[in-house]
Structures are given as structure tokens and as C-alpha cells.
Write a protein that binds this ligand. Structure first.
Ligand SMILES: Cc1cc2nc3c(=O)[nH]c(=O)nc-3n(C[C@H](O)[C@H](O)[C@H](O)COP(=O)(O)O)c2cc1C
Length: 196
């Protein structure tokens, strides 16, 4: 069963580093047979939250929001690549995520955190776990934690050094766990329509 996975990344910084991890995750999941797409919040360019997608009359949401809603609904699983600003979430990714709600329901989500330091964005990962659960996703227990990001991955998203080796070691279980839940949720959605 091929699963459709969206990988979300949300730094708007010119010198952003987390794109390395996003690229690594996309390539790794594709190599394992996933149908995978990167969703770069900066490229999508949603405004600061005014109306949620569902608050627009049908067919009247801005085009980028409409397109993304369709992609989320068509997906079987999500990966959130989460950096950390001042022990918190990156606002660009949180802003994009908050535009949707029901579109996320009944699907697994995985968290891949990173930071410039050795805590690897662990504090933002904890925050995202609660948020994604609240938004109707099943947050899988396997996660990735990458730090220091600059030492773990090259600009092309290739693992380097000890931190890169640790990432390569953790990735198979992360991917297997995500695919297992993706297939389980997809099969259940096909067997029985979600109640709401
Ligand atoms: C505003 C700001 C706040 C930051 N706060 C933290 C932090 O609390 N913990 C941490 O480990 N790194 C922190 N950093 C360093 C980031 O982990 C590092 O810059 C990382 O590359 C940010 O992700 P990005 O490059 O994808 O934007 C911070 C960076 C910025 C720009």
C-alpha cells in the first residue's frame, strides 16, 4: 500500500537550517516507497491567521489555502519538522497549521525536531505533540531529534559526522512506525467513514 505523506517545514528565515532535515526526511521516506511532498510554509505564504479555511464560504478561500486543504485531505500521514525559537514553536509553521482543523483528522503525524544545540529542539517537540493531538492527529511515539543541525546534515541534506550517523540510525524505526500507522488509519478510513 503506497501512502501519501506531507512533510511540513515552517522557518521563514533567510539563513534557515531546518530545510536540511526536511529534505532528508522527504528523501528517506521516498526511498522507502512513500509518495512524499514537502510543504514549505514560507513558499505557501499564508497570511497571519484571520479566517480559518472552514470559515470561508465554499470556493471562496484564497487559492493557496484551498490547494493546501485539498492536499491535506488527500494525505495519509504528516511529518512536522520543528525547529525551536526561545523554547517555543516556530510561528510560521504554527500559523499554517492553525488554518486547518478537520482536514487533519484521522491521520498519524510524526515529529522531527532540530536545533542549533544538543537539545535538538526537544522543547518544541513537546509543544507540538500536544498541539497535533488537539488537532485530531495520532502522534506516533517514534520521533527524530537532530542537533546540532549544522553538524548533522550538509546543505544538501546528507548526514555527516556522529550526529548524522545517529540520525541515520534512528530513521528506519521512525519511518516504519509512520508507515504502519498510515496504513492502519487509511484502511480504517476506507472501511468505515469517520464519524465527523
Ligand atoms: C529567534 C531564535 C530563537 C532561538 N531559540 C532557540 C532555543 O530556544 N533553543 C535552541 O536550541 N535553539 C534556538 N535557536 C537556534 C535555532 O535552533 C537555530 O537557529 C535553527 O537553525 C533555527 O531553525 P531554522 O534555521 O530552520 O530557522 C533560536 C534561533 C532563533 C533565530
Amino acid at each position: 500500500m503506497t501512502v501519501r505523506v506531507l512533510v511540513f517545514y515552517g522557518s521563514y528565515r533567510s539563513d534557515r537550517m531546518g530545510i536540511r532535515l526536511a529534505d532528508y526526511v522527504v528523501a528517506g521516506l521516498m526511498a522507502r516507497g512513500g509518495d512524499v511532498e514537502l510543504v514549505d510554509a514560507r513558499a505557501v505564504g499564508l497570511p497571519m491567521l484571520d479566517r480559518m479555511y472552514k470559515e470561508y464560504p465554499r470556493g471562496e478561500a484564497p487559492e493557496a489555502m484551498e490547494r493546501l486543504a485539498s492536499k491535506i485531505r488527500a494525505a495519509d500521514a504528516f511529518v512536522f519538522v520543528t525547529g525551536e525559537y526561545n523554547w517555543g514553536m516556530q510561528p510560521g509553521l504554527k500559523n499554517l497549521t492553525d488554518h486547518f482543523l478537520e482536514e487533519w483528522f484521522w491521520r498519524p503525524a510524526a515529529i522531527a525536531s532540530y536545533s542549533a544545540g544538543r537539545f535538538a529542539g526537544a522543547r518544541s517537540a513537546v509543544l507540538w505533540h500536544g498541539t497535533l493531538s488537539e488537532m485530531g492527529m495520532i502522534v506516533i511515539s517514534s520521533s527524530l531529534a537532530v542537533g546540532p543541525i549544522r553538524e548533522a546534515l550538509t546543505a544538501e541534506g546528507k548526514p555527516t559526522g556522529a550526529a548524522g550517523a545517529a540520525l541515520d540510525l534512528a530513521f528506519p524505526r521512525f519511518a516504519d512506525d509512520l508507515f504502519w500507522w498510515s496504513e492502519a488509519a487509511k484502511a480504517q478510513r476506507e472501511r468505515k467513514a469517520p464519524p465527523y
